[in-house]
Design a protein around this ligand. Structure first.
Ligand code: HEM
Length: 207
């Protein structure tokens, strides 16, 4: 009898490689507060301003790569970046601008890892949208479009993203780069949402 070796698909290996980073992100105080849905106007505005610069930097980093536009065309990420920016403009969010460094996006492998992280974040986004709504926030109106995912087939879209990743991450080398790209997004997220006085966002040249 020959032993068979089961090799998990790339999307599953990305999940495993990012599990600890995801858990750490959920513990960042501002994100933990957001996840309850019970958040002040000022904190919600900070969240949206941070999401807007994060999505813009990552989408811009992918766009700048050769073949990057084709990768982005497989995703909703440019539209998500525009949605976040539109929300910021509708809120009294103050302006949080400045380019974030995305040096971890170096080629198609790391770009696909970054796409994994941001597309997957929509799963949490759906949960957050439901909790914001439950807490009385006007989800779906101006300033509250980003988390308006109630009518979006999030689980189905996520299955499609994962099958694209499984098709495109064809080599171990590309998968290793994807892990670095995805972890780069989680690190940058923690830094942008973290307390800049403790060296979080400051490290990335924001604020
Ligand atoms: C308050 C913060 C967050 C909460 C409460 C949250 C919650 C969740 C939940 C409930 C899921 C679905 C788990 C499942 O169905 O098995 C999920 C998946 C995911 N989240 Fe988050 N999330 C948060 C922040 C983030 C951030 C900031 C990112 C990336 C920048 C992110 C990336 C992902 C990814 C990639 C997945 C898919 C994991 C996989 O199945 O491969 N999440 N999140």
């Amino acid at each position: 009898m020959s032993a068979s070796v089961v090799i998990s698909p790339p999307s599953e290996r990305l999940r495993q490689a990012c599990e600890a980073a995801h858990a750490a992100t959920e513990r960042v105080p501002l994100l933990a507060k957001l996840a309850t849905g019970d958040i002040s106007d000022a904190d919600y505005a900070r969240v949206m301003a941070s999401l807007a610069i994060l999505f813009e930097a990552i989408v811009g980093g992918i766009q700048a790569l050769p073949g990057g536009a084709e990768l982005l065309a497989l995703t909703d990420l440019p539209a998500r970046a525009r949605q976040a920016r539109t929300d910021v403009c509708s809120l009294d969010a103050g302006d949080r601008s400045g380019a974030l460094g995305v040096a971890f996006i170096q080629g198609s492998g790391s770009a696909l890892g970054a796409i994994y992280a941001l597309e997957g974040a929509r799963l949490g986004g759906a949960l957050i949208g439901a909790r914001l709504r439950r807490a009385g926030r006007p989800v779906g109106t101006a300033g509250y479009s980003f988390f308006d995912l109630g009518a979006v087939p999030v689980a189905e879209a996520w299955r499609d993203v994962k099958s694209q990743l499984d098709r495109l991450l064809a080599t171990e080398a590309e998968l290793a780069e994807a892990v670095l790209g995805a972890r780069g997004v989680f690190d940058l997220t923690a830094a942008v949402f973290g307390d800049s006085s403790k060296g979080g966002a400051a490290k990335w040249g924001v604020e």
